[in-house]
Design a protein around this ligand. Structure first.
Ligand code: AMP
Ligand code: GLY
Length: 432
């Protein structure tokens, strides 16, 4: 079949790489793609929010299946629009995409279906928000209702900080319309992990777990980012914990969405806090995680086209217990432009990436890259590259990944040097 992938990040490069390995994939296109994706797919110059031209391209190029990478086009209705044209698509319809598109919708959904999560309330009025903050005290978490590119969450350690954040958001000053409604919730302390399952509206298929590193600095310090590195699977994942996640969270989600008349088709990315061994929901995303998708695709042994297509066809049940993962660990280090997540330069040259092609157990995924007029590889975003290593243990995967990182000649970029540190420290302690 001919497949069109939507997106341009490291997640999409990892998906493109894996989709391209399927014997079912005849031609792979990507809109708009990046310099790395261009090695495995034909990149086309259509923006991800240009629904009309995406549909037109599908019709003219005999596209049988569209895989949507990022959340924004899904929340804006791309999957619904494609299904209305009888084009198969990986990703939820607009109403089901609200699970990520509106934190208020998500929290009300959790409450209705008894899914464990932080206690919360929703606010439009500054006075009521301030009163609630004063009643609950700090630490407390303030979130914009709408999408704010990962920046709409403030973990306030003091009441003053919380009141300031809520006031800035509700006045429209901080995030415009996306901040005009808030969710204020209980602060949860624990280990944060990402869990992924596919859903076809009726049933679900467990995938695997990963752990992201959201803060920009070593030791999980500094500003929040889109993710500076991730490994898979989570070091403390056990059958027991996975069963709890599936029975208390994933299953009631798939059933609840169906019962509410908004069946969910696509991938459920559960952002979880593990508190004393018990999983509690932080939030849902309705797409694969980035960077999590990169180490996950390195571990996946099954045909990705089959699995993603089954979410649209309603045939996921056929794959129960059949998804194969490598027993090895994989670990991704993100290389970002100096200054990220603040302001940074674009168009800086990156050299020697080809050195990674000959390395054992290393895979380079591109995120914000492009070719300039002289075909040199240059940066075009904040998160620019993902270097994934594979090994028997997380520590080995880490060593391999950093060997790859160290070959790359890019003075205008940086990375964290400690991706996987919690897992490696815990494994060392266990061995001692
Ligand atoms: P989000 O944009 O919802 O993913 O939130 C960003 C980050 O804030 C999450 O990855 C968590 O690390 C943190 N966070 C969000 N909600 C809570 C909470 N209720 N308690 C503690 N940390 C939270
Ligand atoms: N890794 C964080 C995200 O994909 O939202």
């Amino acid at each position: 079949m001919n497949i069109l992938l939507i997106g341009s990040g490291g997640r999409e490069h990892a998906l493109a790489w894996k989709l391209n390995q399927s014997p079912k994939c005849k031609k792979l296109f990507c809109a708009p793609g990046n310099a790395g994706i261009a090695d495995v797919a034909s990149c086309i110059d259509i923006a991800m929010d240009d629904t009309q031209n995406i549909i037109k391209f599908c019709k003219e190029n005999d596209i049988n299946f569209v895989v949507v990478g990022p959340e924004q086009p899904l929340v804006e209705g791309l999957a619904s629009a494609l299904r209305a044209e009888n084009i198969s698509v990986f990703g939820p319809n607009t109403d089901a995409a609200q699970l990520e598109g509106s934190k208020g919708f998500m929290k009300d959904f959790f409450a209705r279906h008894n899914i464990p999560t932080a206690a919360y309330a929703r606010f439009k009025s500054i006075d009521k928000a301030v009163a609630y903050i004063k009643e609950k005290g700090a630490p407390i978490v303030i979130k914009t209702d709408g999408l704010a590119a990962g920046k709409g969450v403030i973990i306030a350690m003091t009441e003053e900080e919380a009141i300031e954040a809520a006031t800035n958001m509700l006045s429209g000053e901080a995030f415009g319309d996306a901040g005009m409604e808030l969710v204020i919730e209980e602060f949860m302390e624990g280990e944060e992990i990402s869990y992924f399952a596919l859903a076809d509206g009726e049933t679900y298929l467990p995938l695997t777990s990963a752990q992201d590193h959201k803060r920009v600095g070593d030791g999980d310090t500094g500003l929040n980012t889109g993710g500076m590195g991730a490994y898979s699977p989570f070091h403390q994942m056990t059958d027991k914990l996975e069963q709890k996640i599936l029975s208390r969270i994933i299953e009631p989600t798939v059933e609840g969405m169906k019962k509410d008349g908004t069946p969910f088709q696509g991938v459920l990315y559960a952002g979880l806090m593990i508190v004393n061994g018990e999983p509690r929901m932080i939030e849902y995303n309705i797409r694969f995680g980035d960077p999590e998708c990169q180490p996950m695709m390195m571990r996946l042994k099954s045909d990705l086209v089959d699995l993603l297509l089954a979410t649209d066809n309603g045939t996921l049940a056929e794959y129960k217990d059949k998804v194969k993962w490598s027993d090895e660990a994989t670990l991704c280090v993100v290389m970002a432009a100096n200054g990220y997540p603040g302001s940074y330069e674009k168009g800086t040259e990156i050299k020697n990436t080809e050195a990674l092609n000959d390395m054992d157990g290393v895979k380079l995924f591109h995120a914000g890259t492009m070719r300039d007029n002289s075909k040199a590889l240059v940066s075009s975003g904040g998160r620019v590259l993902g270097v994934v290593g594979i090994g028997d243990t997380i520590e080995q995967a880490q060593q391999v990944a950093y060997k790859g990182v160290d070959k790359i000649d890019w003075p205008d970029g940086f990375c964290r040097r400690d991706i996987g540190w919690r897992a490696i420290a815990a494994q060392k302690e266990k061995a001692a």
